[in-house]
Design a protein. Sequence first.
Length: 351
Amino acid sequence: MSTDFTEIRNQFILNSMTKTTLLFASAAMFLACNNSPKQEQGNTQDSVSSTQNTESENTSTNSNAKFDIESIPVTTTDIGTFPYFTLPKGLKSMNKPFQKEFDVCFFPINGIMTPFEGKLYKINVEAERGEEFSKRYYEKSLEDYLQSTGAVKVFDGTIGREEYDRYNKQDPNKGDEGDMGYADENIKFYVIRTKDQGNIYIQFSANNAGGKLNILQEATMTQTITKITADEIAKDLNEKGKSILYINFDTDKSNLTTDGKEVVQQIATALKKESGLTINIEGHTDNTGDATHNKKLSGERANAVLSALTADDIDKSRLKAQGFGAERPLVANDSEGNKAKNRRVELVKSN
């Protein structure tokens, strides 16, 4: 009995060990099978992540690439004369175009509104009477035509509120006809390089109601200001009976600036050369502010010129000073440029 029991026990232990070994082996195989795919999946995810990071870096690099006008090929297409093309059929300028021989316009370079100077044309666009405005028609017409001329698109997107806040006060034409460059306004910006007409910058935007269009032919300003000379003053007085001068004073005061004193010295020289001349010195302002104050200020400035001339040995009997304020404008006071023209001193021949 004892021998039989021992054999049975040993056989039971052997069987148990065999089962345990098989169990451990099966578990190991199961874990190995499950771990292998996970590792491969992890490698795949790392690879995708790496690719995405590379693509992101490339996009960032492209969007921040420095604009280089020299990289844009010069077109051989005849693009006509400024402003170079008409609007698509069925569309028209909403109002009188904003057109300047020289001005500044801001264009989006990598999302940064950048100023360019030159001959400028800006309009708001609407449908002709009886037609409906189509954003798609307007944009596709312009894009297809510009591409046919050799124009290159350099921006198609929006600027943010922060960028708008940064630049908008630098734009002297903000809010005028055809103005664009507002936050979240989609702008399409093209450049045409030509051999004979230089660089042409074109941008446009649209919504379902209408569009905008800006065209600028880049150019440097031709300086037209020349120094006022005694000979020119005397010539104007003798031939025209008056000489219109822009004499600088301190803001809202009658004190002559350094530049203003130099002009008065030229007046004195002219009067010394033309000893028979007598003149009325007339002060003028624009219409900004109180009319009574302006008239008083213009009179004080005219008298400041008179005093400076008498201090330079011009006989006071040859001079008379009077202020007119904004009563006699040269041009309408409807813009800052015109107001500047009205802020003047006139020398009027009195004999």
